[in-house]
Design a protein around this ligand. Structure first.
Ligand code: MN
Length: 503
C-alpha cells in the first residue's frame, strides 16, 4: 500500500568553474552514471535523479529552493567530484528543508597507477573536495548522513538505501494527519505529550474525533461491504468453529467486519495515516476494534492503543521505512516476563492489536472474552512471530523535547505452545540482556508501547532521528549501563542548552 517508488532523491554534484568546460562535462557524465547505478540498485527503493552540477552560489541556492518545492523529492544526495568551495553553498543549505545525505565517493575505484597525472588528480578530488563540503555543513550545524565508500559497493548502497527509507518516512510525516477516537487511558502519563510541539517538530497533526462519528460510519456499512470482508477473512485466516457459518458467534464476527468497514472508510475519506482508540471510550461500538485495528495496520496505517498518538505516528513511520522489505512491523507492548536464569525472555503482545504482518504462518481468527472495557467479546487474529533480529522503538515527550529510544532484540520461538493465550504474541531476548536492556529503557523513560519491526533497522531509525533533530538512545549489544546513564545525563544538558531546561 505504501509505494516508495514514486519518491525521488536528487543527486547533486559539487564543482566549480575553475576546471573548464571539458572537465565539467566529464563531471556531469560521471555523476549521471553514478546516479543511474544507484537508482537501479535493489538496495535503494526510490528513484535517484541526477539534477545538476553546482558551479556557483546561484546554482546551489536555486537547486535547494527547487528541492524544497518539489512534491516527490524526499532529499538530496550530494557529492563533490572536484573541489567545490563551500561558501557558495551557504545560502542554499541555509534554506534547504529536506534531508541531505553526503555521499563521499569517487568515480574511479582504484588509482590508475601507470597513467595517473595531474589532470586526473584535478578531476578526481573528492578526497579533499568532500571535506570542504562537510565543513560547511558542520559549521551550519546541519544534520545529515555521511556515507563513505565506492558507489558500486553493496554496503554503500545499503547505507544510502537506509537513509532513503528514513527520508521517505520523514516526507510522509509532513502534513500527515492522525486521528484519535477518545482521549488517553485515564491517568496514564507516558502516552501524553505536547501535540503542538509534535506538529512543529515532526510535521504531523493529531486531532480528536468523537467515537459517535465512527459509530455512525460503522452502522451505515452496507451488508455487501460486510459480506465481502467476511469472505476475505474466511480466505485469509483459520476460523475458530464459533465464527464459522452457523457458529454461535457468527453475529459477533459480522459485527467485527462492520467495525472494520466503518473504521476503514472513516480513515480513508478523512485522509488519515493512522489512528488511536481507547477501551475507556467505546460508546456505541459493540466491541473494542481488534481484527479491524490489526488489518488496518497490515495495510500501512499507524496505530496506538489507549490514545497513544506518539506510538501511532511512529508505527506509521516504521511502516513507510519497511515498505517492500521482508519482515513485518507492528504496534507492540512489553507484556510479561520469563525470568528464568537460563534465559530471560520478554513476551510482547497487546489486548488485541498486533499487526498480522509479523505473523508466522496463517493467523487464527478467534473470539474470546475481554474483561477490560466492558464490551462484547472482540474478534481478533492470534499468531506467533517468526524468530530473528528485530527492534523495538519508542518515542517519549520529556517536557522540553522528544526522545527516541531503540532496543535491538532477538525474537525467539516459544519453548512451549501457549494454548490458552488468546492474543498474538512475540517472544524476544533484548540486547545486551534483559537486566541491562530493561534498566536502560526505564532510566531513559521509554514507554511500554513500542513500534516493533523485523524489517526496520537501527540505522534507519538513526537517520530518521537526525532528520527530525531529536535525541536517539540505542540499547544494543554494546550497551554498558553506567555509560548509558552518563549518555542520558550528557544529552539532557546538550539538548537542554538547545531547547531549554524543564524541571
Ligand atoms: Mn497498552
Amino acid at each position: 500500500m505504501i509505494d516508495l517508488n514514486k519518491f525521488e532523491v536528487w543527486f547533486i554534484t559539487g564543482s566549480q568553474q575553475l576546471y573548464g568546460a571539458a572537465a565539467l562535462k566529464q563531471v556531469a557524465a560521471n555523476s549521471q552514471e553514478i546516479a543511474r547505478a544507484l537508482g537501479r540498485s535493489s538496495e535503494i527503493p526510490v528513484k535517484v535523479i541526477f539534477k545538476s552540477v553546482v558551479k556557483t552560489p546561484e546554482d546551489a541556492t536555486s537547486i535547494c529552493q527547487e528541492a524544497n518545492m518539489a512534491r516527490n523529492c524526499i532529499g538530496l544526495l550530494t557529492w563533490c567530484h572536484t573541489f567545490s568551495p563551500s561558501k557558495m553553498w551557504i545560502n542554499g543549505l541555509k534554506q534547504l528543508h529536506k534531508p541531505l545525505c553526503h555521499l563521499h565517493t569517487q568515480h574511479n575505484r582504484d588509482i590508475p597507477w601507470s597513467s595517473i597525472d595531474m589532470d586526473f588528480m584535478n578531476l578526481n578530488q573528492a578526497a579533499h573536495g568532500d571535506r570542504e563540503h562537510g565543513f560547511i555543513m558542520s559549521r551550519l550545524r546541519l544534520n545529515r548522513k555521511v556515507v563513505v565508500g565506492f558507489w558500486q559497493d553493496i554496503s554503500v548502497q545499503k547505507r544510502i538505501g537506509a537513509w532513503c527509507r528514513a527520508a521517505a518516512a520523514w516526507h510522509d510525516w509532513q502534513g500527515a494527519k492522525f486521528c484519535r477516537f477518545g482521549d488517553n487511558m485515564r491517568e496514564v502519563a507516558v502516552t501524553e505529550g505536547d501535540k503542538v510541539m509534535a506538529q512543529m517538530k515532526f510535521g504531523y497533526s493529531v486531532n480528536g474525533y468523537g467515537v459517535g462519528d465512527l459509530v455512525k460510519r460503522v452502522n451505515s456499512a452496507s451488508g455487501k461491504e460486510v459480506d465481502s470482508l467476511i469472505q476475505e477473512y474466511e480466505a485469509s485466516y483459520s476460523l475458530a468453529p464459533k465464527l464459522r457459518k452457523n457458529g454461535e458467534s457468527r453475529g459477533s464476527f459480522r459485527e467485527a467486519a462492520r467495525i472494520e468497514a466503518g473504521l476503514r472508510s472513516f480513515l480513508t475519506e478523512g485522509g488519515f495515516k493512522g489512528f488511536t482508540d481507547t477501551f475507556e471510550d467505546l460508546h456505541g461500538l459493540a466491541q473494542l476494534p481488534g481484527i479491524a485495528a490489526q488489518r488496518l495496520m497490515a495495510d500501512g496505517f499507524g496505530f496506538g492503543a489507549e490514545g497513544d498518538w506518539k506510538t501511532c505516528a511512529l508505527v506509521r513511520a516504521m511502516k513507510v521505512m519497511a515498505s517492500g522489505l521482508k519482515g513485518g512491523t507492528s504496534f507492540m507492548e512489553d507484556y510479561t516476563y520469563h525470568l528464568n536464569p537460563k534465559r530471560n525472555v520478554v513476551l510482547g503482545a497487546h489486548m488485541l492489536e498486533i499487526c498480522p504482518s509479523i505473523a508466522k504462518g496463517k493467523p487464527s481468527c478467534e473470539i474470546h472474552p475481554l474483561g477490560i472495557g466492558g464490551k462484547a467479546d472482540p474478534v481478533r487474529l492470534v499468531f506467533n512471530t517468526p524468530p530473528g533480529p528485530a527492534i523495538n522503538a519508542s518515542i517519549v515527550h520529556l517536557g522540553n523535547r522528544f526522545r527516541l529510544l531503540l532496543n535491538e532484540i532477538d525474537v525467539i520461538t516459544p519453548e512451549k505452545p501457549l494454548p490458552k493465550l488468546p492474543v498474538a504474541r512475540a517472544l524476544w531476548m533484548p540486547k545486551p540482556n534483559l537486566e541491562a536492556a530493561a534498566a536502560a529503557w526505564i532510566y531513559a523513560g521509554g514507554a511500554h508501547h513500542t513500534g516493533f519491526s523485523q524489517a526496520v533497522t537501527t540505522e534507519m531509525i538513526e537517520d530518521f532521528s537526525a532528520m527530525a533533530g531529536v535525541e536517539l538512545v540505542v540499547i544494543d549489544s554494546d550497551t554498558k549501563l553506567r555509560h548509558f546513564k552518563q549518555e542520558l545525563e550528557w544529552n539532557d544538558i546538550a539538548y537542554g542548552i538547545r531547547s531549554g531546561f524543564v524541571s
